[in-house]
Design a protein around this ligand. Structure first.
Ligand code: GRF
Length: 203
């Protein structure tokens, strides 16, 4: 399968995916990396790995629809089988999301359905949670609300702040995303209606 990764920032998840997909037996290859921001570290990481990159700068568009139309056209030039959102910080229109339904994944830094949206680490701390974590889900029209495929948990320590907690959660992201993407590439994980399935069994 052909993998296309969308990024907005530092690209540490992208780096983990680059390293995993380099392994000889990995069932997919990253064919392109796209960003909505020029000059981000994630694009540098892709270039260093010899992967094609493109930028569709959202600031140059008058509306979300125009931006999404341009982004979709760029993506389709690469004929991906799966679109992987890795720290991609734009809300996508329903038309865009539905065009890639069942073949677009996102990673979100919380134990969904808790804490959709931003500032998830601080919110987990403020709530006095003992456990926190990360989720990988299919992207649907429901922001951060698509069917969850897999989660990884971390313990919250008494002396954690948002930064220390984020760092611990991100280590889990870098382990989990390559694994889940592998399952997707192998056809083991699918979106069946409103449910994610693993080897045909609803999750
Ligand atoms: C990750 O923590 C992801 O969960 C969140 O944004 C961060 C992206 O980090 N949505 P990176 O760009 O992969 O380093």
């Amino acid at each position: 399968p052909r993998i296309l990764v969308l990024v907005s920032g530092s690209g540490s998840n992208l780096q983990a995916l680059i390293e995993a997909t380099r392994e000889r037996d990995y069932p997919g290859q990253i064919v392109a990396v796209g960003s909505n921001r020029p000059d981000v570290l994630a694009l540098e990481r892709a270039k260093r790995a010899g992967i094609e990159t493109f930028t569709v700068d959202h600031q140059k568009f008058g509306s979300r629809d125009e931006f999404d139309t341009a982004l979709k056209a760029e993506i389709e030039r690469h004929s991906p089988d799966v679109v992987v959102l890795a720290g991609f910080m734009r809300i996508l229109t329903p038309g865009f999301v539905n065009a890639f339904r069942g073949r677009m994944l996102n990673i979100h830094p919380s134990l969904l359905p808790k804490y959709t949206g931003l500032n998830t680490h601080q919110r987990a701390l403020d709530a006095g949670d003992q456990r926190h974590g990360v989720s990988i889900h299919f992207v649907t029209e429901d922001l951060d609300g698509g069917p969850v495929i897999a989660q990884a948990e971390v313990a919250i320590a008494a002396d954690d702040d948002a930064q220390s907690l984020a760092a611990r959660a991100q280590q889990q992201e870098h382990v989990l995303y390559p694994i889940v993407l592998r399952w997707f590439c192998e056809g083991r994980v699918q979106l069946d209606g409103e449910h994610a399935t693993f080897d045909g069994t609803p999750l």
